[in-house]
Design a protein around this ligand. Structure first.
Ligand code: COA
Length: 701
């Protein structure tokens, strides 16, 4: 098997091209190939210098993440060894980067003696998003070229920077504009370095940018404090800061050893495994049964949203944010005005927080066209219906859309629970109909549940997946069932939260257990944010689901406690958003227990966690076995992006695999014996527990 590198001689310079599609991940084969090509160049007297570049669409996406599980990433030459060879090369090595240089790709470039970048490319160290620190010198070399503060920003956020910013900061030595020749520029630079006196300059020897930080003793602790909120529960961001601090306080070799040691520890941690799982889960979700990679998606140049309430307005904002013109319609001027005011207010708040410029806001507002003229949406590429959750109303709308829209237009419904097949059947083109279930607030939450009807065409599914990417969402395809995968599993969770109150817990206790686990909010604070009245109306409209649920929420509604909007719900609010336990609610809960004849008991935090999360896993098992989702990692994505399940735990199904499916089954069995309601272990949970299987390893075939 030939090594995935190409080697050629250009003008007395050895050009090594990484050739490991699709992303030039630094697998053992690629590392070996680069090492051998470098040896060849060093041994050849006719070669004065070396250029390292990438073939295909990018320079390099870094280490091969799949090797982290098998340990092959440690095999020689491992990445630190390879970079050491590059940096200590007596002949200068210049990186020529285009597309993306991420992780190990960026570290390899940092080991080079100079860096040339194509304008517009992106460079960064995203390891933190995988629960890791850069493990091949990134935390030691980047501060030396970019400065400590800027390096911290790059490493701790994991967000790549543009070549232009990298150039301004000193990470890139030369930019090549459009039409320029990247490799030729790098070759010229390599020759210039070779012609200079002395050995090529090594990044490790550069101290001047570290000096700046040595004059600021509080820098690292301040940085730790500054990330406390967004990094709550995560280990890797703090480990990244530790590594950069060591770069400043210790000699290079010691820093390198500390970083490697930290990397190895994190690589073996559950947090990193969970975050690596999430990375691959996102990519897996794009692979959908019946949709081949060659399926051509339909172009979406113009959208329309029917309904300009909270949901419709949020969806319209998603389109505008992605630069896609969108029309929003309402039945009455007042509702349209209200909706547009809401959109305007949302954008203005973002501008006020400094997260958006006024110009960007104006550009987005200009892309949104409000209208009462339903017929004006006739030429839209996609129409998303976001009206009230009522089947008759939706059917009426889809009948009209069928008559009005182009035959190739995608007709989508934002229903969160209704039968997409029934809606599609009212049209003459059910293959064009799909569910696009956004999560509230639609302009913020990243999950897009793509509901595939029995007749939805592969092309429409491919279009929905591509659109979700364009809108910055994570699209997960699910099948039709009552409430689909997301809300159906959410009910399993929130129902138990309600029962726990009747049995002895209080909202503040349940919410604390859930936020300590890592969710941003507990179920009751979420209820107050979404609106107790909203939940109430849905229950009134849909009727009660089979079996009993706790009606304390209904009583709150009757007391006019609608949540944050009335400053009173499950909690009371003084500043509009910080929940404060309220004795009136405690009294109501205690009275409810009495009325039900339940003797209240002390409930442990462990039981609260298990009672809330294991039934959700259990429902996930049913959803999986019914084929509503294709794989367990799809359920994980739904919870990571729809409900704030902590990413460092990988999602409920991954977490269950870590805990042991047999343990989850045993606990569920105990719950079922004690409580009955909704707690019967799912057949798949039972089977996997008995076979010693995992959700991740299970497939329907
Ligand atoms: N190791 C192994 N496989 C990788 C990889 C890596 N570092 N980076 C990407 N891949 C795989 C993906 O899993 C995907 O595989 P699939 O086609 O079988 O699903 C394929 O390469 C294409 O990746 P994708 O993310 O879909 O391409 P993209 O063009 O949208 O994005 C990147 C490209 C580089 C921005 C993105 O892949 C990325 O962020 N990669 C990880 C970078 C990273 O974290 N590096 C540090 C490693 S410690």
């Amino acid at each position: 098997m030939s090594a995935p590198v190409r080697f050629e001689r250009i003008d007395g310079v050895g050009v090594i091209t990484l050739d490991n599609p699709p992303v030039n991940a630094l697998s053992i084969a690629l590392r070996t190939g680069v090492r051998d090509a470098l040896s060849e160049a060093l041994a050849d007297d006719a070669i004065a210098a070396v250029v390292l570049t990438g073939g295909g669409r990018m320079f390099c996406a870094g280490a091969d993440i799949k090797e982290f599980d098998t340990g092959v990433s440690n095999e020689s030459p491992n990445l630190p060894e390879l970079i050491e060879l590059v940096e200590s090369s007596p002949k200068p090595v210049v990186a020529a980067m285009h597309g993306t240089a991420m992780g190990g790709g960026c570290e390899l470039a940092l080991g080079c003696h100079a860096r040339v970048a194509a304008a517009g490319m992106r460079i960064g160290l995203p390891e933190v998003t995988l629960g890791l620190v850069p493990g091949a010198g990134g935390t030691q070399r980047l501060p030396r070229v970019l400065g400590v503060q800027a390096a911290l920003d790059v490493i701790v956020s994991g967000r790549p920077i543009s070549a232009e910013n990298a150039h301004a900061g000193g990470l890139v030595d030369e930019l090549v504009g459009p039409g320029g020749d990247l490799v030729a520029t790098a070759v010229a630079m390599a020759k210039k370095l070779a012609a200079a006196d002395g050995p090529p300059p090594k990044t490790r020897d550069r101290e001047e940018r570290l000096e700046e930080a040595r004059q600021q003793p509080g820098l690292f602790n301040d940085y730790r404090k500054s990330i406390a909120r967004r990094a709550r529960g995560f280990e890797a961001p703090y480990a990244c800061i530790d590594c950069v601090e060591v770069a400043v306080t210790k000699p290079f070799e010691e820093g390198l050893a500390f970083e490697r040691d930290t990397f190895q520890k994190l690589r073996a941690s559950d947090q990193s495994k969970a975050q690596r799982h999430a990375f691959f889960a996102e990519r897996q979700a794009n692979k959908v049964r019946g949709v081949s990679p060659d399926t051509k998606e339909l172009p979406i140049r113009k959208g329309a949203v029917l309904g300009c309430g909270t949901m419709g307005g949020g969806i319209a904002m998603c389109f505008a944010n992605a630069g896609i013109p969108v029309t929003v319609t309402e039945g009455e001027q007042a509702a349209l005005d209200r909706g547009m005011k809401l959109i305007q207010g949302n954008y203005a708040a973002t501008v006020k927080k400094g997260r958006m410029s006024q110009e960007a806001m104006d550009a987005c507002m200009a892309l949104i066209t409000p209208t009462l003229d339903f017929d004006s949406i006739a030429d839209s590429d996609i129409v998303i219906e976001a009206v009230f959750e009522n089947m008759d109303l939706k059917k009426e709308i889809f009948t009209k859309l069928d008559a009005l829209c182009r035959p190739d237009a995608v007709l989508a419904t934002n229903t969160s629970s209704l039968d997409v097949n029934e809606i599609a059947a009212t049209t003459s083109r059910p293959e064009q109909v799909v569910g696009l279930h956004f999560f509230s607030p639609a302009n913020v939450m990243k999950l897009l549940e793509i509901v595939r009807g029995d007749r939805t065409s592969p092309q429409v599914l491919a279009t929905a997946l591509a659109l979700s990417k364009k809108l910055g969402k994570v699209g997960v395809v699910v099948g039709v069932c009552d409430s689909f995968a997301a809300n159906r599993s959410l009910y399993a969770y929130s129902r138990q939260a309600g029962f726990l109150l009747e049995e002895g817990a209080l909202p503040e206790q349940v919410d604390k257990v859930i936020t300590d686990f890592g969710f941003p909010m507990g179920p009751f604070a979420v209820g107050d944010l979404a609106g107790v009245d909203v939940g109430y109306k849905i229950r009134q409209h849909r009727g009660r689901p089979d079996g009993r649920y706790s009606d304390i929420a209904d009583k709150l509604y009757e007391m006019g406690r609608y949540g944050q909007k009335t400053a009173k719900g499950w909690f009371r609010y003084e500043d509009g958003r910080t929940p404060i336990p309220d004795p009136e609610v405690t009294e109501l809960i205690i009275q409810t227990s009495k009325d039900l004849g339940i003797e209240r008991r002390e409930i442990s935090d462990e039981e609260i966690l298990q009672r809330c999360l294991y039934p959700l896993i259990n429902e996930g098992a049913r959803i999986l076995e019914e084929g509503i989702v294709e794989r367990s990692s799809d359920m994980d994505l739904i919870w990571l992006y729809g409900y704030g399940f902590p990413r460092y735990r990988g999602g409920p199904m991954f977490w269950a695999d870590l805990l042991g499916v047999d343990h989850v089954y045993e606990v569920m069995k105990g719950f079922h014996e004690a409580h009955h309601d909704w707690l019967e272990p799912a057949p798949l949970l039972e089977r996997l527990a008995k076979e010693g299987g995992t959700f991740g390893g299970w497939s329907a075939t």
